[in-house]
Each structure stands twice: as C-alpha cells, then as structure tokens.
Design a protein around this ligand. Sequence first.
Ligand SMILES: *Cc1c(COP(=O)(O)O)cnc(C)c1O
Length: 411
Amino acid sequence: MSALQNLPFNVREIREQFPALRQQVYGKNLIYFDNGATSQKPQLVLDAINHYYSKENANIHRGVHYLSQRATTEYEAARTRIQKRLNAKSSNEIIFTKGTTDGINLVASSFGNMLQAGDEIIISAMEHHSNIVPWQMLCERKGLFLRVIPINFEGEILQDEYEKLLSKKTKLVAITHISNTLGTVNPIKEMIAKAHNVGAKFLVDGAQSIQHMSIDVRDLNCDFFVFSGHKVFGPTGIGVLYGKEDLLDQMPPYQGGGDMIAKVTFERTTYNELPYKFEAGTPHIAGGICLGKAFEYIESIDFKAVEVHERALADYASQVLETFEGLTIIGDAKNKTSVVSFSLKDLHPFDIGTLLDKQGIAVRTGHHCTQPLMDFYKIPGTVRASFAFYNTIEEIDAFVIALERSLNMLK
Ligand SMILES: *Cc1c(COP(=O)(O)O)cnc(C)c1O
C-alpha cells in the first residue's frame, strides 16, 4: 500500500477511470503489462463511443441536417484539440489516418512520389516493421536507397554513424522516438537538426512516445510526426499524421475518392484543401471524435509526473529482474523508459508468456515487429513488460513472484 501512496500522482484515482483494469482472468487479478501493444481506455472514451453511436451518428462534411452538422463539429473539434496538444501551427497540419502504419505509408507514397532515383532514405536498426517495409517498397518502386544507422549493444543509435550516412542525397530520415522493444528514448531533436543541415526531411514515429511524454512538434521541428490512437488511450482504427503545412501542400494526394476533391469532371479533378486532401472517403468519425476525448483525458494528467512514475516503474522492474539467474535485459540505454524486455537462458519467451498469462499477467513475447533488431541481438524474441501510467510498483512485485513461479515450473 505504501508504494502507491508515495507515488507522485494518484495512481489509484487514475486506475478507477479504466474499467478493463478491474477484472480477473483465470481467477486472478489482471495485471496489464502489454501497453506497448495497446493501451486500455478510460471511461470518458468508452462513454463517448457509446454516446456517439447512440445520439450523433451521421456522415460528416456533406449533410445539411442537424446530426451531420453536429458530427462534423465534434470531429473538427477533435482535430483542433489534437493540434493544440501537439502545438502544431494549424489544424490543417493534422491528418486523420488509420494509425501509425497508415501514416507512414501515406508519407512513403505521397512524399515518396516527389523523390528521384538515387535519392536516399535513412532509418535505424531499431525500427518497427511499419517504419521499415513501406520505405523498402518505395525504394524498390522508385530506385531509391535505404540506409540503416547501426546501434550499440545497449540499444542506442550510433550518432557518428548517422552523421556519416547523412549527405545531399538524403531526402528523408525516419526514426522511432521511443523503441517499442528496448524502451530507448532517441535524441530526436538533435537528430532532426542534423537532417535539416543536409536539407533532408524528418519523420518521427511517435507510436511509443505520445502516451509517455508531452510532444511539441514545433519545438522538435520535425517535418512529420505519426502515432496511433489506440496506444494513447483512444480507439483502434484511428491515428494522426502531423505534417508541416507547406510540405503537405506540395505533396500529391494519397488516395482518391470522396471528400478529398474540390471538383470532379471526367476530364479533370481538382483536389480539396488541407487536411481533406489526404482524407479520402468516409473517415473513422467515431474514432476521430473519441480520440479527441482521449486527448481531453490526457490533458487532465500531469505528464511531468507521468515521466517520473514510468521511469520509476521501469527502473524498479529492471533492478529486480537483474537478480534472476540467467536473465538478460535487452536494451540498456542511458535514456530509457516504460519498457523492460528480457530473455532467459535456454527458455523460449513464448513458454514464459504462457505461464505468466495463467497467473493473470499480460506481457508480450516474440519479436515485437522488430525482427532485424532480434537478429542483431541473436535471439528469437524477448518477454516484454511495457508500462502505462496506471501501472504500479505492487503489480511489478506480483509479476516478479509469478515469474519466479513460472521458472520453477519450467526447471
Ligand atoms: C505499434 C507501433 C507501430 C505500428 O502501429 P500500428 O498501430 O500497428 O499502426 C509503429 N511503430 C512503433 C514504434 C510502434 O510501437
């Protein structure tokens, strides 16, 4: 009990907002340590989903009737809320997408169309598959080259190697803000400045940072910032691409269809203005509105305190896990948060994950969509505990006891 009271903000009060955390699986209290894969949803978001479909459901932007106008107003209010939170200059810079993967594919397709054979794109060795494969596909299509910045064994990007790779040929650098597998917090602001020095644009994969820290896109000076709603306490199927307005203006549309046009004839079509140019078809209206609610919720949370709390969780988990014989923590960056990945000698991560699950503990096992990173460490995968601000020290204690029990069973 004391650990809860000592925390810098009221975790107990926060947990009350998340009904999914108050359940048992296999007769055990659920301990949810799979926040890197997706987050649970606060009551505000759950109520908003229900309310939207019960009272407001209508298609947006085209209707003269009451419900349509109301849905449009709410959808656009969500966009503005997200713009303010990210400190973007204009709501035209906030494009609703399906998620991080969709946002990266949009940039690869549209920005990618403006690139020429021989141009280069830089990523790092710790990227998620969704920040690797779209670039590979683009490189194949356009005759571009993909360069990969190596990392050290601690799981940090080698900055001198990055500088060596940067050249006039570099057109885009795409890097994860926080590694979903290692928890490394990359020095993104400095890396952005270095890319700009050679005239390259910079995309930040923010899928693992937006839920752990305050993001200021103007301070970072990134050209693109992408994230998924479902990892930041909102619904699945919705996400955001932030892009600098002048850049988005120059870029060709991504998909064609309704809503993204100004005028269509069979001879010629003119495109709608931002942000609609990139939002073809009926969007995930409920998703956008409820992501706005998720942002309303996080506005009520002190993110300075969140950073302290989550680092304390990760540090504590690392400290206790290190005492296990044969256990190796994967990723030991100086700047690290919210994720503890580990492997155990001679044991398959899947077996450990299965035994933990039977004790009510949800962790993720496997390659975490970072197979090249697993190859670098020469392991098939890890067991990953990933934390959100609603997790507690007590849960880590229970997790450690369950892990001990699992290892005894596997002996
Ligand atoms: C989850 C994740 C993605 C992909 O997000 P989706 O919601 O599956 O599109 C990309 N990058 C990182 C770092 C992630 O953690």
